[in-house]
Design a protein around this ligand. Structure first.
Ligand SMILES: NC(=O)C1=CN([C@@H]2O[C@H](COP(=O)(O)OP(=O)(O)OC[C@H]3O[C@@H](n4cnc5c(N)ncnc54)[C@H](OP(=O)(O)O)[C@@H]3O)[C@@H](O)[C@H]2O)C=CC1
Ligand SMILES: O=C([O-])C1=[NH+]CCC1
Length: 315
């Protein structure tokens, strides 16, 4: 059996084999509910630590968490290096260390890049399920990287879109992604989001890429890209006029420029909606600000590990 002397090492390829987006949406949805009910779920999750490396404008994030329900203990280490864009190295690299909670032994060292890409889209999909209109037909994506792709994949499982639109800073990346999905490339973000029902902002931009005036009343926005206090993707008018949900209130008050710079009011954690403790307001303009929380990685890593172990006939 794998243990402290021989933890499993799981490559991105292996991890991918055991990840299914539909299953992930359910698991991540449950974890967000549990996060909003720490007392009964027994989740332990401090706000992550980001170490800035100013010389390279990059970050190293340390994201530990424990889910009592899953009896899963893990920490993710994630490098965020925007300057890798356009090279062979992705802008996000991650490793997840999964431990045996009863004795602290390291059970697995797992690539965390695929999990990060997929669980983030799964979290947006879970939020969208509660906050967007059920008859949503037009999806607009601002940005054209890894998260853009996984968001199209996840949301397309839940909605029958008649149109997917993409705008990105570099037309060539938008065009390449649009080609994969038969989506329409737009000339501007404003054109992409006009009359859209669901909008995802998935960029590295430090300043707003989405203006409130462009957003149709009743639309739902997943704001995924601004994860440090000095960056925002949304205009003040949007966060002022929409009903704002977050993944973690504690995290958002420390890390979200969309909340901090815009002085936005948080209505609820999306987990509180999942638990039925706060309203969903499907027919009003809603915004889900996703920073990414460790518990999403913990439950995803446990899922992958358990499936792998079962497939190998291991204990
Ligand atoms: N909330 C969460 O849980 C998570 C959030 N993220 C965040 O999501 C964002 C996207 O990540 P990912 O898709 O993996 O990254 P990629 O590097 O794959 O893609 C980044 C995208 O952002 C665009 N972009 C980069 N800089 C700017 C800018 N200054 N203004 C406008 N657009 C810009 C790029 O546009 P182009 O190529 O067209 O030039 C590209 O489409 C990042 O900010 C990342 O930190 C990532 C993981 C988890
Ligand atoms: O949750 C996460 O892994 C991240 N959020 C922003 C960058 C990486």
């Amino acid at each position: 059996m794998a243990g402290i002397r021989n933890p499993l090492t799981m490559s991105a390829e292996t991890v991918s084999k055991y990840l299914d987006m539909r299953e992930l949406i359910d698991v991540v949805e449950r974890s967000l509910g549990d996060l909003s009910d720490k007392e009964s779920s027994g989740i332990e999750q401090p706000v992550r630590t980001f170490v800035p490396v100013k010389k390279y404008q990059s970050l190293l994030g340390v994201m530990p968490g424990y889910s009592a329900k899953d009896d899963a203990l893990a920490t993710k280490l994630v490098s965020v290096c925007p300057q890798n864009a356009g090279t062979d190295i992705p802008t996000h690299l991650a490793t997840i260390l999964l431990f045996e909670p009863s004795n602290g032994c390291l059970k697995a060292i797992m690539d965390g890049e695929v999990i990060t890409t997929m669980r983030t889209a799964a979290a947006s999909a879970a939020a969208t399920k509660y906050l967007a209109r059920d008859d949503s037909k037009i999806l607009a994506i601002i940005g054209a990287g890894h998260q853009a792709r996984s968001h199209i994949q996840a949301l397309s499982l839940l909605y029958d879109f008649t149109e997917v639109r993409i705008w990105s800073r570099t037309k060539a990346t938008a065009t390449a992604l649009a080609h994969e999905f038969g989506a329409r490339v737009c000339e501007s973000a404003e054109e992409a989001v006009k009359d859209a029902d669901i909008i995802c902002t998935v960029t590295f931009s430090a300043t707003p890429v989405l203006q409130g005036e462009w957003v149709k009343a009743g639309a739902h926005v997943n704001a995924v890209g601004a994860c440090i206090a000095s960056s925002r993707e949304l205009s003040e008018s949007l966060t002022r006029d929409a009903i704002v949900y977050v993944d973690s209130r504690e995290g958002a008050l420390k890390e979200s420029g969309d909340i901090i710079i815009n002085k936005a009011e948080i209505y609820a954690e999306v987990g509180e909606v999942i638990l039925g403790r706060k309203e969903a307001f499907k027919h009003k303009t809603t915004v889900f600000i996703s920073l990414g929380v460790a518990i999403e990685d913990v439950v995803s890593a446990k899922l992958v590990y358990d499936k792998y172990v079962a497939s190998q006939g291991m204990q």
